[in-house]
Design a binder for this molecule. Sequence first.
Ligand SMILES: *Cc1c(COP(=O)(O)O)cnc(C)c1O
Length: 376
Amino acid sequence: MRFIPVSEPKLSGNELRYVTECIETSWISSAGKFVTAFEDAFAAFCGTRHGLAVSNGTVALHLGIEALGIGPGDEVIVPDLTFAASANAVIHAGATPVLVDADPRTWNMDPARVEEAVTPRTKAIMAVHLYGNPCDMDALLHLKEKYGLFLIEDAAEAAGATFHGKRVGAFSDFAAYSFFGNKTITSGEGGMCVTDDEALLKRMRVLRDHGMNPEKRYWHDVVGYNYRLTNVQAAIGLAQLEQIEGFILRKREIAAIYRDNLDPELFTLAKVQPGSEHTYWLNSVLLPEQVDRDEVIRQLRARDIDARPVFYPLHEMPPFRQGDRRFPVTVDLSYRGISLPSGVPLTNEEVAYVAESMQDIVEGLYSRAVPDYTAA
Ligand SMILES: *Cc1c(COP(=O)(O)O)cnc(C)c1O
C-alpha cells in the first residue's frame, strides 16, 4: 500500500482545461474572467451576496477585520483551539485576540466562555468551524445582538457545512475561506471573503488593491495591501468548486467508515450538534488518557500512515499567551486528539486500513497502560 497522507487534493475536473485557457489567452495575473467567475460562484454556493477572492485564508481574515474598522485597543474573541492564523490575523490588524475555551462535546468555542470573555473593548467574536463542524451559530448570534458585536466566521475548514440548513459563512458580517492545498477545495494558495454587506465589500476591495481609489487610478486614500488572487489560481478554484458537492459526499462516506470501524470504548469523536451538518475536513478522534498520542502517530507512520496532532492550544505558544487564564478543555482535547487521513482520493480500503491500524495500535498501548489485574 502507498503512503497515506492526511489530506491531498483531487484535481480531476476542469482544472487543466481552465489553466490552459489562462496561458493560451495570457490572462495569468490578477485580472481575468476566472477571478470574477470564482467570486460569484463561491458567494452563490455560500448563500451570500458577495465574494472577494484573495491570496490566502489568513489575509481574508485580516482584510475583513481591518475593513470592519477593528484595530489597536480592540479585542476579538477567538477560540483557543484553532489554527494560529485565526489569531494571527487579529494581531496583524493591531487588535488583541482574547482566547476562550472549547465545548468538550463539539470541540468548538463554548458560547458560555465567549460571554464571560466580553469586555468593553470587545469588538467581535470569531467563530471557527473546527475541522468542518459548525459552531452553535444561534448562541453566537444571540451574543452578537446582546453585546452589539461583529460576528466573523473563520470558515477555512468548513466550506459547505450547514447549520439548520444554511451554509456556514452566511451567518456573519463576513466569513473567510482558505483554498490552501489541503483544504476541502484548493486553488494551490488562495482565499475568499464572503459577505452580504456591500459597503464592507467595497472597503475590502480597496484594501485588497493597494488602497487605490476605484474612481481615480493611482490615487490612494488609505494604506492598502496587495492581497489579490491570480486568474490561474481562480481557474483551479472554480474547477474545484464545480466538484465540491461530490467532495463533501465522499468526505462524509470516509467519516462513516471511521465511525463504523473505531471502537467507541477507545475513541471519542467530536459531537455534531443537532441541525448541523459536518463536512469532515479532517476526521479527528480523542484517544484514551492512558495512551501516548505521539507514540500512536509514530506507530502509524511506521505503517505508512500520516496522522497529525490536533492543534496545540494557542495560549501555550509565545505570541498568544493569556496571562494566568486557564483552558482545561482545549488542553485535554489538544493532547489526546489526533487527526486522521481524510482526503477525497482515499479508497474505502485505505480508510479501513487506517481504522484497523488505529484500533490495533491503541489497543496495544492501552492494554500495556492499563494492566488487567483480574487475570492475575
Ligand atoms: C487553513 C486555515 C487558515 C488559513 O488559511 P491559509 O490559506 O493557509 O492562509 C485560517 N484559519 C483556519 C482555521 C485554517 O484551518
